[in-house]
Write a protein that binds this ligand. Structure first.
Ligand code: CO
Ligand code: ZN
Length: 332
């Protein structure tokens, strides 16, 4: 699965521009699916199985988009000003390299700070693409870019600019591959525009009208020096979300996940995330409401150019999803 993860994370796809990721996923899933379609917001919706006795219509969702930046202004000397597309921390940016969708690389530099300032606010940063004037600048207002960093394999730990959420895209593809026989009608949704406030998953859920929703996404981990106080850690197993700042997971869904993990002896941990949310937030309130939850992969340095996950958590998330979806689902 590492090869698939590498291919996915090294593909470019900021919010709204997920087309290259979608093409790659489509090529991977086409032969495994009963039906494949793309909706108006660009969600790739892949169906496997048909609802039989005891089965449910289930929507899984992993977002294809990654954090990006967008050019807001080009000055007369060819420096590009920008803002973020999704949640970016300015302190992660100075010295970073970026690549625009047209292939143009650039480096992020900063203005001199004023007295008392210790960090560059976004408006004091700029991208230098090697231009000398507005006229010879190969970037125009509205062009999008992403972090330009290669995938790194540290053994059990994997690092990339886009673990959020391509690692979950890989998990959904692998789950689809391993799901042989199911009484459930399972929709694997590769969603768009999550990082700008979950949008794609909302229209996908409206179209599918699921009876159960499960997002797969990264979450923070509390295991770095003087980091956030949080129960999740890398290598502790996939996390079953109970609450984040956009959703209270349906307790029936939480119990279903926990019971499945116990029954199949898959390591897991419980997650309460204080800042951030996932596609499940909008699936839950789609149409007349959908019981929803989320399987999370603990991740260090989220929304930085070097997001780190543990490969064993990834494999165990696949095991958990395959086990849960292979059987009739009872929410109680
Ligand atoms: Co994110
Ligand atoms: Zn995410």
């Amino acid at each position: 699965m590492k090869e698939l993860i590498q291919k996915l994370v090294e593909t470019t796809g900021p919010s709204g521009y997920e087309n290259a990721v979608r093409a790659l996923v489509r090529a991977e899933v086409e032969s495994l699916a009963d039906d494949v379609r793309v909706d108006a917001l660009g969600n790739l919706i892949v169906r496997k199985g048909e609802k039989k006795d005891g089965g449910l219509r289930v929507m899984l969702s992993a977002h294809m988009d990654e954090i990006g930046i967008i050019a807001t202004h080009i000055d007369e000397r060819g420096f590009v000003r920008f803002t973020s597309v999704g949640g970016l921390y300015p302190n992660m940016l100075l010295g970073s390299r970026v690549r625009f969708l047209n292939g143009q690389p650039g480096v992020i530099g900063g203005e001199k700070l004023d007295a008392g300032e210790r960090l560059h606010p976004m408006e004091k940063l700029f991208i230098d693409v090697g231009a000398t004037s507005r006229e010879d600048c190969p970037v125009q207002v509205g062009d999008m870019a992403i972090f330009d960093r290669p995938f790194v394999d540290l053994g059990d730990r994997l690092v990339s600019k886009a673990m959020d959420d391509r690692v979950a895209v890989a998990i959904l593809i692998e789950t689809l591959r391993q799901l042989k026989d199911t009484p459930n009608e399972v929709y694997f949704v590769f969603s768009t525009q999550e990082e700008v406030g979950p949008r794609g998953a909302g229209t996908a859920a409206y179209g599918i009208d699921p009876e159960l929703g499960v997002a797969v996404d990264v979450t923070r981990s509390g295991d770095t020096p003087r980091g956030v106080r949080m129960a999740t850690c890398l290598g502790g197993g996939p996390a079953i979300k109970v609450r984040d700042s956009g959703m209270l997971a349906d307790p029936r869904v939480v119990r279903w996940m926990e019971a499945g993990a116990k029954k199949h002896e898959i390591p897991y941990q419980m997650e309460v995330l204080e800042a951030g949310s996932t596609d499940a937030m909008v699936i839950q309130v789609a149409r007349a409401g959908v019981p929803s939850g989320c399987v999370s992969i603990p991740c260090r340095y989220i929304h930085s150019p070097s997001e780190m996950v543990d490969y064993r958590d990834v494999q165990n998330a696949v095991r958990l999803l395959v086990a849960l979806l292979s059987e009739p689902i009872e929410l109680k």
